[in-house]
Design a protein around this ligand. Structure first.
Ligand SMILES: [Zn+2]
Length: 178
């Protein structure tokens, strides 16, 4: 912890609840997050790119975990469905970045009656900021996997069951590896 930051005002992220010093960072109206948390997510992306040989396979998972932890009430239903679809495909079906992106394209083109999912009050203990602070690439990799699993597990069983079913109904089995 940098003691020089002690006097700075802090904010709590409405999505993941992380408390961070206030940051001048642009809002994203599609994401239920504090500016400071969005900056942490941006810094995590930079870290991923700097270590892309090790962390690149987690690119889509990182985005989906972040989105599923910061669902904006009233935003289009497809957003959380896609985020949970990505978490499900990676965590339970062994799918990678390209599989999930392809699945999103197929789903978007073949269906439009998306269910309304109910975001949990809080989705997991870990945050993007915690993942970034975990240490070097090995620690960040491990923390990112734990974070994504916590976010997925925090969603109601009924919503996860819906997403599993939608995925199996809409996505060809070749994009699911187990
Ligand atoms: Zn947050």
């Amino acid at each position: 912890m940098n003691s020089g930051d002690d006097t700075r005002e802090s904010t709590r992220c409405p999505g993941c609840r992380v408390e961070l010093p206030v940051q001048p960072w642009p809002d994203n109206p599609k994401i239920h997050a504090s500016a400071a948390c969005l900056k942490a997510a941006g810094d995590l992306l930079v870290f991923e790119i700097e270590h892309r040989e090790q962390l690149g396979y987690l690119h889509q998972l990182r985005m989906d975990a972040y989105h599923a932890q910061h669902v904006q009430a009233g935003a289009p239903r497809i957003g959380p469905v896609f985020a949970l679809n990505g978490l499900y495909m990676f965590l339970e079906r062994g799918s990678g970045n390209v599989d999930v992106r392809t699945a999103h394209g197929i789903m978007a083109n073949s269906f439009d009656d998306w269910p309304e999912l109910t975001a949990p009050e809080s989705a997991g203990q870990l945050t993007a900021s915690d993942v970034l602070a975990a240490g070097g690439p090995d620690e960040v990799e491990k923390a990112m996997l734990t974070w994504a699993a916590q976010v997925w597990d925090a969603w109601p069983d009924s919503d996860r069951a819906l997403v599993r079913k939608l995925t199996i109904d809409l996505v060809p089995a070749r994009y699911l590896h187990r």
